[in-house]
Design a protein around this ligand. Structure first.
Ligand SMILES: *[C@@H]1O[C@H](CO)[C@@H](O)[C@H](O)[C@H]1NC(C)=O
Ligand SMILES: *[C@@H]1O[C@H](CO)[C@@H](O)[C@H](O)[C@H]1NC(C)=O
Ligand SMILES: *[C@@H]1O[C@H](CO)[C@@H](O)[C@H](O)[C@H]1NC(C)=O
Ligand SMILES: *[C@@H]1O[C@H](CO)[C@@H](O)[C@H](O)[C@H]1NC(C)=O
Length: 386
């Protein structure tokens, strides 16, 4: 089904940062990046990739609730930076800010009710029932129950960083502060639900338009035949689009805000995997915390979703196919499509809502993405960016 996408394929040049654009007067200013994510144990791949960029400077990492609660997720981001060491330590140039505990409206109770009406969502992230056994064994980050709970076993070496080492503000406010400081220069990369982005959009009416743009992982189109039909739970899980389904209202607020550019990396991020040969390759090339952890903790059956989407921002020439259309997000709770993206062409889009057009990426240079991810763990960044 991935090859029969409803839209004609327009190989449009990507506008964020083509090499030519880097040198024109308007974009000569430095490019900054904030990564907002529901971080997990192997997401040091993201911070490593960003800190190795010669084009973008990583201003900070912010955490959201998605796969786990925002506190545990923020501590994963913090540990990723701490593991890099450095002199001065990289934690001094990449602060980690915790984000909102709960989505705009959603919560475990509502999600359970939703599933009783529309069927089981194959992966429910932080809304999965609490499982103390799995948390104690390091097999799961905290789910349901108290969002302030920390499960140390799920961290590298079984040790959670001290929550006091998280920086002292909220994710949404940090993004606002950075965009005010560097108007037009900060790109927000979001690899989790868009809760913090939506809060920033609502807090500061100038926030979205004063960023350089939003790149968002997720927003699958036409994957229903994977999620519902073939009886393959793994395929259903892979195609569930948790980032949207978990906080549909935030997705709608973010994607209808006046960001100068929005790039969605949905279907295009879904086919890129690491193989056992890739793991053998990285462990042969280096024996460090990152290669060892990736080797034991990265589930090879799952795509490199977040890494792929980030690579399309950092290295736009990895985009093989993209097109532009307008998007809305279904926010009707009483809908089996609650949280799903609805694409429109210009002529048929809503006239009473201000929908935004997005660049939709659905094919990437998969080998290049894999290589960049592997290089980022084999030779991790060692110093703060300029
Ligand atoms: C985009 O994808 C389609 C379908 O897979 C393919 O036929 C086409 O050649 C691709 N375009 C580019 C520019 O790679
Ligand atoms: C809780 O996690 C353990 C360990 O992964 C697993 O064996 C058990 O089936 C889980 N319990 C439930 C109710 O899912
Ligand atoms: C990799 O390093 C770890 C920790 O220093 C060590 O225990 C392990 O034996 C090393 N593995 C190889 C293959 O050298
Ligand atoms: C997308 O929207 C922007 C801003 O409104 C506009 O400049 C651009 O031409 C649009 N692109 C397409 C392909 O519609």
């Amino acid at each position: 089904m991935k090859t029969s996408l409803i839209l004609p394929i327009l190989p449009l040049p990507f506008v964020f940062s083509s090499p030519a654009a880097n040198h024109d007067a308007r974009t000569n200013a430095k490019k900054y990046l904030i990564i907002d994510n529901d971080w997990g144990i192997t997401d040091f791949t993201l911070t490593n990739l960003a800190l190795l960029s010669k084009e973008y400077t990583l201003l900070g990492a912010t955490s959201s609730t998605g796969i786990t609660w925002a506190l545990q997720s923020g501590l994963h981001a913090l540990q990723s930076i701490q593991l890099l060491g450095g002199n001065p330590p990289l934690t001094s140039c990449v602060p980690v800010q915790k984000g909102a505990d709960y989505p705009i409206l959603n919560n475990p109770g509502l999600y359970t009710a939703y599933q009783s009406i529309f069927g089981i969502v194959p992966f429910a992230g932080a809304f999965r029932p609490q499982n103390d056994t799995a948390e104690a064994l390091g097999l799961s980050d905290p789910t349901s129950g108290d969002p302030q709970r920390i499960a140390p076993a799920a961290f590298v070496n079984g040790q959670a960083p001290n929550p006091r080492d998280l920086a002292g503000t909220d994710a949404a406010y940090f993004m606002i502060q950075m965009v005010r400081k560097y108007p037009g220069q900060v790109t927000i990369y979001c690899a989790g639900p868009m809760t913090n982005i939506a809060l920033a959009v609502r807090l500061d009416p100038l926030f979205a338009r004063n960023t350089a743009g939003l790149v968002q992982m997720g927003g699958y189109i036409d994957t229903d035949l994977y999620t519902t039909v073939p009886g393959d739970i793994l395929q259903a899980d892979i195609n569930i689009d948790l980032n949207f389904k978990f906080d549909p209202e935030a997705a709608k607020i973010a994607l209808t805000a006046d960001f100068p550019r929005i790039q969605l990396v949905g279907n295009g991020a879904n086919g890129v995997f690491l193989s056992p040969a890739d793991i053998a390759d990285i462990t042969a090339r280096a024996n460090n915390t990152f290669t060892r952890t990736l080797a034991v903790a990265y589930p090879l059956v799952l795509p490199l979703w977040d890494q792929t989407a980030l690579v399309t921002l950092l290295y736009p020439d990895t985009i093989r196919n993209s097109t532009v259309f307008y998007v809305d997000v279904d926010v009707a709770f009483a809908s089996p499509f609650y949280g799903q993206v609805k694409p429109y062409q210009e002529l048929l889009k809503s006239t009473v809502q201000t929908l935004r057009n997005v660049t939709y990426v659905y094919a990437v240079d998969e080998q290049r993405v894999r290589n960049l991810v592997k290089d980022a763990v084999v030779a991790p960044p060692t110093r703060c960016q300029g």
